[in-house]
Design a protein around this ligand. Structure first.
Ligand code: NAG
Ligand code: NAG
Length: 312
């Protein structure tokens, strides 16, 4: 076999050197050879008519394009969890890594709607060290509200900064919120997460974390007491709550007070308000105006805390 193909190539080279390139003839009724081998013999790539010709030379494959040889980049089959070979979630990518340690960072996933193939892939931040969590939504304090208000992030039917690597990471270098397409009505269900986690970061470190049972949840209702599995505040189980939901006070986009991820104990006037967690981006109390306008606030204690003493 080897000598045969060598002979064949030698013959081709001699044809080429004689510039006897003939017009293509492809008879689709003929049986096509099933093994092709490329060499560096070719017609000169100097006219439109030769566009599409291939040659192999010095370990590279070249394509004749616009009368110029262009080297093709051979990437082969990409690793799982990359742009052209996406996984279905961070957990899926981690599972298929077969015990290999994967670091936290950006991987690519797609969404599977029923039996169809994965959607176009998009990059996501994966927390691999704690078991493959997929970041789907990020809220930052002091976000530039001119970019997009949180209400619009929460309820948008389009992604927000989905391909922006700074926005999708766990830093706050990008001064705006982030959401990918997992956080849509319908896609959330298809993604079929078993758990949802709210992690509060300060200077890149997790300071508090809540975990919810997300089985059979919707994008609008996973954040509720009945689904809470673990809380950094022990009194959350024993103290009453007047609010424990995603949109809190924010019944409308133009509500006078908008508080999200709201876990509150009681009202009674701004000074008396007590709670555990809130993201406020349009409030009427001292603790949500001025320097504290548009901030994530949480109790640094082991229990609820109140009003101005909440830490941002
Ligand atoms: C969702 O995930 C659960 C396991 O967490 C699995 O039993 C179930 O079949 C999944 N449902 C769909 C529609 O993929
Ligand atoms: C999570 O919620 C589902 C549906 O409400 C329930 O069937 C399941 O037992 C819960 N799982 C855990 C671990 O609490």
């Amino acid at each position: 076999m080897i000598s045969q193909s060598t002979v064949f190539l030698a013959a081709l080279a001699s044809v080429v050197s004689g510039q006897l390139c003939v017009p293509e003839t492809l008879d689709c009724n003929e049986v096509l050879p099933i093994i092709y081998k490329m060499g560096d013999g070719s017609c000169a790539c100097d006219s439109k008519a030769h566009d599409g010709a291939l040659k192999y030379s010095n370990g590279k494959l070249f394509l004749c394009l616009n009368s110029e040889w262009k080297a093709l980049r051979m990437t082969g089959v990409q690793e799982y969890g990359t742009e052209f070979n996406p996984g279905s979630s961070c957990e899926d990518i981690l599972e298929k890594a077969d015990g290999k340690d994967l670091s936290d960072g950006v991987y690519w996933i797609g969404i599977r709607l029923s039996e169809s193939p994965l959607s176009t892939s998009f990059p996501v931040y994966c927390d691999m060290t704690s078991g493959g969590w997929t970041l789907v939504l990020k809220v930052v304090s002091h976000a530039d509200q001119g970019l997009v208000k949180f209400w619009d992030v929460l309820y948008s039917t389009w992604p927000i900064q989905e391909y922006n690597m700074e926005a999708l990471s766990i830093t706050n270098q990008y001064k705006g919120h982030y959401k990918n397409r997992v956080y849509f009505d319908g896609n959330w269900e298809s993604f079929n997460a078993s758990q949802a986690r709210v992690s509060l970061y300060e200077s890149g470190n997790v300071v508090k974390e809540l975990v919810f049972n997300a089985t059979a949840s919707q994008y609008s209702n996973w954040f509720e007491k009945a689904r809470l599995k673990s809380s950094p505040w022990s009194d959350i189980w024993t103290e009453p709550q007047n609010y424990f939901n995603l949109k809190g006070l924010s019944a409308r986009q133009d509500a006078t007070r908008r508080r999200y991820f709201y876990i509150n104990r009681n009202f009674g006037g701004c000074e008396v308000d007590r709670g555990w967690l809130v993201y406020t981006d349009h409030g009427g109390c001292h603790f949500e105006s001025g320097r504290r306008y548009s901030t994530v606030q949480y109790s640094k204690l082991s229990g609820f805390f109140g009003g101005q003493k909440m830490i941002t």
